[in-house]
Design a protein around this ligand. Structure first.
Ligand code: URA
Ligand code: ZN
Length: 366
């Protein structure tokens, strides 16, 4: 029997649909899009740490952020068969409460329609109306069943405003578990800017993106583990951006700190039935392969298993700074890391490049 080609699936790839771009252009505080005269080119300013001179106020924003045809072009250039697109940060976190329901419906419908223009090539993670409160969020989760291309939801680390260890979030996690919708957890807020020191303005985006993002993810998931979320919602599935931040590397230390904590012991939290950090990594967590090195990827594979890592690009972020030919170094680096860690042409490599995503996100049913 002829071997069918195994697909390459990008599970970490963003869009700002046209209606979201219009919203950003109407604003003058973060997040916003505007030009800074004398230049007429538009800049996207979304991160708390990037409204500064050294980041030249955010980053340039061109059609690759909102034109779905550009996504397909990028996929073709990089041999990507299927993309699971998600609204980029900061999602709808900032939308006033009474506008959240309508904004989420509009964005999710629009993204679903864009997927429908390229059936079989595009699927999506939906966005939740977090500021609208629990009932509004629950309604949108229920509505996602009607949207053919939705395969999960993208979530930041603030939840309802108090982080992901907030007990108020449990019914939402339960609804996602019951609907079999995985959470794609993605950072945005980083760490307080004071940790970057007095010279932070000289260092561009490096500290918040290279360290703030991964630590934010690590802290958010560790807080969920400490709060017992994965015991209360045992089948909750999470896909962590950037290979889990630093969670695979720090899992042993976190677990050891838990086991040696007198307060947790006195509170009866160390007994039978506790899921260890390793249990959570192997049962509840998937990791993208957006870590740009074999070392980091091997840690991810060891922590969660080779059947739980999935290729991603983070497009349209991290474009080449200069025109360098068609292929993006940021993408090639992740391809190389997968090849190096799992063996070029191997079954394990094919699983990380697409097989795992096809299975976990049910991408065969269009
Ligand atoms: N920068 C962002 O703001 N978001 C991403 O997803 C990647 C880089
Ligand atoms: Zn991203």
């Amino acid at each position: 029997m002829a071997e069918t080609k195994s697909p390459i699936v990008d599970i970490h790839t963003h869009v700002y649909p046209p209606s979201y771009i219009a919203l950003l252009k109407s604003r003058s505080s973060i997040p916003y899009i505007r030009s800074f005269p004398p230049s007429s080119s538009l800049r996207l300013v979304i991160l708390p740490a990037e409204d500064t001179e050294s980041t030249s106020r955010g980053r340039p924003v061109g059609s690759e952020y909102y034109d779905i045809n550009k996504k397909i072009e990028f996929m073709d250039t990089h041999s990507i068969d299927i993309s699971v697109i998600s609204l980029a940060n900061p999602w709808l976190d900032w939308v006033p409460a009474d506008e959240a329901a309508k904004a989420a419906e509009g964005i999710n419908d629009e993204v679903n329609e864009e997927c429908g223009k390229f059936p079989g090539r595009l699927f999506a993670f939906a966005t939740l109306p977090l500021s609208g409160g629990k009932d509004v969020i629950g309604k949108e989760i229920a509505r996602l069943k009607e949207l053919k291309y939705m395969r999960g939801i993208i979530l930041g680390t603030t939840g309802l405003g108090r982080g992901l260890d907030d007990p108020e979030l449990l019914p939402i996690f339960q609804a996602l578990q019951n609907a079999k919708l995985p959470i794609f957890l993605h950072p945005h807020y980083g760490l307080p800017s004071s940790v970057w020191g007095e010279r932070a303005n000289d260092y561009g985006h490096v500290l918040p993106l290279a360290l703030g993002f991964p630590l934010e993810t690590t802290i958010a998931v560790t807080r969920m583990i400490l709060a017992g979320v994965f015991e209360t919602v045992p089948d909750l599935q999470m896909i962590l951006a950037h290979s889990g931040g630093t969670l695979p590397f720090l899992a042993g230390r976190i677990e050891s700190c838990i086991e040696h904590d007198a307060h947790l012991k006195a509170a009866g939290k160390l007994g039978n039935g506790r899921k260890t950090v390793w249990d959570v990594l192997k049962k509840n967590i998937y990791l993208d392969a957006v870590v740009y090195s074999e070392v980091g990827l091997k840690a991810a594979i060891q922590a969660s298993g080779e059947d739980r890592v999935m290729f991603g690009t983070d497009h349209p972020f991290f474009p080449p700074l200069e025109e360098e030919g068609e292929k993006w170094a940021s993408v090639e680096t992740n391809y190389e890391a997968i090849k190096g860690a799992l063996g070029g042409g191997s079954k394990k490599e094919r699983a990380a490049l697409g097989g795992n995503a096809m299975r976990v996100l049910n991408l065969n049913s269009k």
